[in-house]
Design a binder for this molecule. Sequence first.
Ligand code: SF4
Length: 509
Amino acid sequence: MVSSSSYSPALSSTAEPTHRFIWFTDDMLFHYQRCRRRVYLDSYGDPALKDPPSDYFVKLRQDSADHRQRILAEFGTLSRPTHERDDWDTAARATLQLMQAGAETIYRGTLVADGPEGVRFRSRPDVLMRQEGESWLGNWYYVPFNIKMGKKAKPEYQLVAAYSAYVLAEMQGVWPETSWLQLKEKRRAVDLERYVPKLQAALDDCLTDGGGILNLPQPPEVFISRSRCDMCPWLSHCYQEAIAQNHLSLLPGVTMARYPVLESLGITTVESLAMAKPYQLASDLNVEWPVTEKMIFQAQANWQGTAIARLHTNTFRLSPQDLPTTEIELYFDIEAAPDKDLIYLHGVLVVNNSTQEKTFHALLAESPEYEETAWFEFLALVDSYPNSPIYHFCPYEAQTVRRLGQLYGMAGMDVEKLLARFVDIHKRVVDAVALPVESYALKHLARWMGFEWRDQEANGAQSICWYDDWLTTGDRTYLNTILRYNEDDCQATYRVKDWLVKFAQPFWE
Ligand code: SF4
């Protein structure tokens, strides 16, 4: 148990007065865990530069709100502090009154505490739950309870839960023994012994005078990392800055862990990385040399603006068998709705290389209960071309076929024989070629090869929203848009394969 004697609620930040008054909130801490720059931009950035929320973001927010309401309903009646919107001092007073009155459960109480000069801490856990025990309030105290949509207790969730416990301790004079996290499928007690020191370090990093993020004259350096930036409202703004700087983070293979080492070696430009020595760099980065060789090829490709074959002892890494070309080939792409645990579309483009004819087949579950039907239609289609390779992009299609085979059966087909026909064209590209692209995602590759999607804004996340819209409205326009997008993905996969064969041919002659 974390007690008031084991931790002082006064965290060790020694921040002096800053240039403006700041509320430090749960959201700031949540985003800090993913990106230090975001904390700065959220506080001082021009909101006009933010991207509007995507449909997918709005859907996730709604799903999360629905999940929260379901959990809150289990509490029955909750006491609610009343206050004007954004009047945080009144909200904190109303919350404290409910706590002093001993309310069993309090919905979205506002907890506040003084931080370093110029900063006030604010936390709003979903529920405060009363427990028996001594505190400034009497012979009871409160424990915070936060509701999150995720399946796993991510570090950012736990950090915010620890923050709620800290600000709560300031208001009731005793640390709660834990802070609860309600996830999608389970409830988890956060280990405060472990997370309060992390919280302390995070607050120091944000607020310490002189070097703290919120005291910097400029935002921290941009670093584009697709996995964390994709859902960020500052992406367009940060991306423009990265482009203007020709920032190394735009180069595939330059990760957040590797970048500081590269900087310390004076490798801060694409050109300097293009001229690095793979063995020396491997030792500096503590990775195997093929990793650095790949990074250097990548830098050379971007620097020269051209495709570079990744030769191994003067030999091209792909043989004709790696890119089987037959009279009829299949190009396969799946659309899934992870929130429904559903595969709703198997798209297959059948390409006849003799006639140049291309036929798209959409094996679609028009509603979730038809997933199985669509699966067997897919099996029947691929079984009618038993000698054709099945090209796809990344491992997901093969993994899904194995999973659906286990779930519904294979209609007499052998899953291993079927999967032996699968060719992951993404793997073939990254094994053999460095291209002047920012990412080896299908969109980036196929666009570099001259392919364009009919719907510029279409993507997998948007497709999930369109499927939801189809289910709620019955408007077939949404389904047709999904099919057009999926067919274009299959066409793009074909374009990548076609390009790679043409690129490889001189090495095979
Ligand atoms: S776009 Fe990326 S770098 Fe910019 S603030 Fe968001 S997460 Fe940070």
